[in-house]
Design a protein around this ligand. Sequence first.
Ligand SMILES: Nc1nc2c(ncn2[C@@H]2O[C@H](COP(=O)(O)OP(=O)(O)OP(=O)(O)O)[C@@H](O)[C@H]2O)c(=O)[nH]1
Length: 278
Amino acid sequence: MAVSFGSLKPVQLFDTLDILGEGTTLLVACLWLGLIISSRPAGPVTEWLYYGSLLLMYSYFLDLLDEFIRYPDTLRLMSWLESLPAPVGMLLLTYGLVGWHREQRSIDRQLRGRELFLRDHHLIDPLTQLYGADYLHAVLGREIALHRSQHKPLSLLLLDIDDFAGFNRRCGIAAGDNYLGQLSELLSSQLRHSDVICRYSGDRFVAVLPDTSDVQAQIMRQHLQQHLSMLCKDDNQPQLTLVCSSVSQSSAAAALQAALNAVTTARRQHAPLTVQNA
Ligand SMILES: Nc1nc2c(ncn2[C@@H]2O[C@H](COP(=O)(O)OP(=O)(O)OP(=O)(O)O)[C@@H](O)[C@H]2O)c(=O)[nH]1
């Protein structure tokens, strides 16, 4: 369209420096557009950035064309078309960049939170390499909120060692440590990747089972029971109580208390045992 409004300039009037400068500016604007399209997810911020750089590209393109084509002095339209899109494009681009900055800050905040959590080694129990009680409370609280809002089932498994103090006295602390290690390995190998296994206290383990109904939790408990009963074959080994409960409470503390009550009930109901159901 621009070509039809004007006439081609003679070659001797071409300004090489101008062409080089304006050509490079146009290429950089094209590069920006390419980077935005390839690296950004779809959404309003991307649109601001996209339309801003598109307008800049358009303006720089007309600027470059100006170096090759002479327009009649009476034609004001071309000069408007050249000069107007650039500031509008800059404004759109700036608005998009502010949005991008905000997005990035909220992503950074989330990542920093996660990293701090992972770097917090006191959350990991050094003996079993499982998460400890603090982590359990945090994860269980988060899962309860998530599962309540999504109306999904959530269950807990609680494994308690009976009279672990007695076992330590009979066999020694080292044997007790070894037994805790065996239990944690067994739980880690038999539960799913999505389950969070924690050492809740010295002789208690809790697994948070997301998206797990009561029936599924019972099946998992029976599966674990078979493996645990192999550990309990030796008369010298401490006995275990294993309960599972579906979480209906609204807080982590209440859910854990319900699981602990289930352990007490299970213990009352059985003679020193292998494994029990809540
Ligand atoms: N070997 C070993 N023992 C531990 C560790 N942490 C806690 N204990 C012991 O676990 C025992 C827990 O005692 P209690 O809370 O009375 O539990 P329990 O003896 O199993 O009694 P009940 O649970 O009521 O059957 C204590 O004797 C602690 O010393 C550990 O890391 N290694």
